[in-house]
Design a protein around this ligand. Structure first.
Ligand code: CMC
Length: 431
């Protein structure tokens, strides 16, 4: 008769253990009973980089990496990209259901009324060098928000959680736009609450001397779709940082800063920036085979390719390709697109990439669109961090309300020296 358990025989002792299986998972702590002696610590799992370890239970985002499926709260990403808006999707991710008309109106109002930042924040943005990386400025500035909102320390207070949610989602585009304008030496442009979330962001970025900035509706919509695609992606490196740092019960601004710092890395949200650099370095379509040869020889990665979870085409990359066509009708075609398409074509036919199931990920085409829209490459990870904020907050709130969660604290396998006597200076030899 079939049973939802796993029987383990410890060949060191000959003992058998029956361990429950729930949701296709065993609990690592159930392994601790497997010991060779009373004072043995017990068996542990060893899983560097969490290759096969679930760190939480979640109801937010579903990814089937083999099939290339992504859903937020059960809704396929394709449908959300076509029918929703970023703010509506953020609401869905945070509260679990799509908002009614009244709820959406109230939600948009609450976010919009938290877009302004304290004037002092401008002062320390001013303190950065003109060539400071915008993501470095964003990470520091988000962390600094915690000093402006000490009420954020009441992390379990629902009212405080609500307020910090509005503030973070409302202020991220403002911070992002201000760091951009600082790096350009331009005066800061204040939020325009008549505009949509992405329309206002474009306003704060690109407004010049006109009295009223009017975003191009196609670019505004394209950016909104890109924001939907980036809103959450279950337990990636940045989200894991959010949960892990948040598990110490620090305020959410500090935890978001940690998550954004993780996103900054070139293997994560910084990959879109690297893709653009790579495409520029390749320079022309006919140099693609030579570049692929180098990647296969282990001389660097094909940035924007590969994913820990997706072993199929990233569904977000498919949608981005369609968005690109619409954007290029307004901005003109980005010549780097031809190089990217050729890279994709050759890589998808090549045994090296087929065998390793390496497909384009979300970062492969997003940078080409951002560049066509006028963003410098350094802004790309910032553009990722803005929409991911709603996912980070949702995951943080889910973690705080989960009675099984505690401070995140992995175990280690100690392989260093045994206890030894302090070595006097004359006994030491240089390592
Ligand atoms: N180009 C060439 N080879 C690759 C690539 C790539 N982009 N990605 C993985 N491989 C190879 C890797 O060398 C390894 O080969 P082998 O088995 O011979 O040692 C094999 O594929 C498996 O790769 P892995 O490094 O074990 O896979 P991982 O799950 O640890 O890494 C990844 C996932 C996303 C970090 C990696 O694919 C990568 O570095 N990609 C390039 C950076 C990138 O585009 N990152 C964005 C990820 S999606 C959005 C986000 O998270 O922000």
């Amino acid at each position: 008769m079939s049973k939802d358990t796993l029987t383990i025989t410890d060949n060191r002792t000959g003992r058998n253990y029956e361990i429950p299986i729930q949701n296709g998972t065993i609990r690592s702590t159930d392994l601790r009973q497997i010991k060779i002696s009373e004072d043995d610590f017990g068996l542990m799992g060893y899983d560097p980089a969490f290759m096969n370890t679930a760190s939480c239970q979640s109801k937010i985002t579903f990814v089937d990496g083999e099939k290339g499926v992504l859903r937020y709260r059960g809704y396929p990403i394709e449908e959300l990209a076509e029918k929703s808006t970023y703010l509506e999707t953020a609401y869905l991710i945070l509260y679990g259901e799509l908002p009614t008309e009244a709820e959406l109106k109230q939600w948009a109002h609450n976010i919009t009324f938290h877009t302004i930042i304290h004037e002092n924040i401008k002062k320390f943005i001013d303190g950065f060098h003109y060539d400071a990386h915008p993501m470095g400025m964003l990470v520091s500035t988000v962390a600094a928000l915690s000093t402006f909102y000490p009420d954020a320390r009441s992390i379990f207070d629902p009212e405080s959680q609500r307020k910090q949610t509005y503030r973070l989602i409302g202020k991220m585009p403002t911070l992002a736009a201000f760091v951009y304008r600082h790096s350009r030496g331009m005066p800061y442009a204040y939020p325009d609450n008549d505009l949509s979330y992405t329309g206002n962001f474009l306003n704060m970025l690109f407004k010049m001397t006109e009295v009223k900035y009017r975003p191009d509706p196609i670019l505004e919509h394209a950016l909104d779709v890109l924001f939907i695609l980036h809103a959450d992606h279950e337990q990636n490196c940045g989200t894991n940082a959010m949960r892990s740092v948040g598990s110490s019960h620090v305020d959410c601004y500090s935890a978001v800063a940690a998550a954004a710092a993780a996103l900054y890395g070139p293997l994560h949200g910084g990959a879109n920036e690297e893709v653009l650099r790579m495409l520029r370095e390749i320079g022309s379509k006919n140099r693609v085979p030579e570049f692929i040869k180098k990647v296969k020889a282990g001389e660097g990665l094909l940035m924007g390719f590969g994913h820990r979870v997706y072993k199929n085409y990233d569904p977000r990359a498919k949608i981005i390709k369609q968005v690109a066509d619409r954007v290029f009708e307004v901005t003109g075609r980005n010549p780097l697109l031809d190089i990217a398409l050729e890279l994709e074509r050759i890589a998808l036919e090549d045994d090296y990439f087929i065998k390793r199931k390496l497909y384009p990920n979300v970062d492969f085409y997003s940078g080409i669109i951002y560049e066509a829209m006028g963003f410098p490459v350094e802004m790309f990870p910032v553009l990722f961090a803005i929409p991911r904020t709603s996912g980070w907050i949702a995951q943080w709130q889910e973690m705080l309300s989960d009675p099984e969660q505690k401070i995140a604290r992995p175990r280690q396998i100690y392989l260093g020296p045994e206890k030894r006597v302090y070595a006097a200076m004359e006994q030491r030899r240089s390592a």
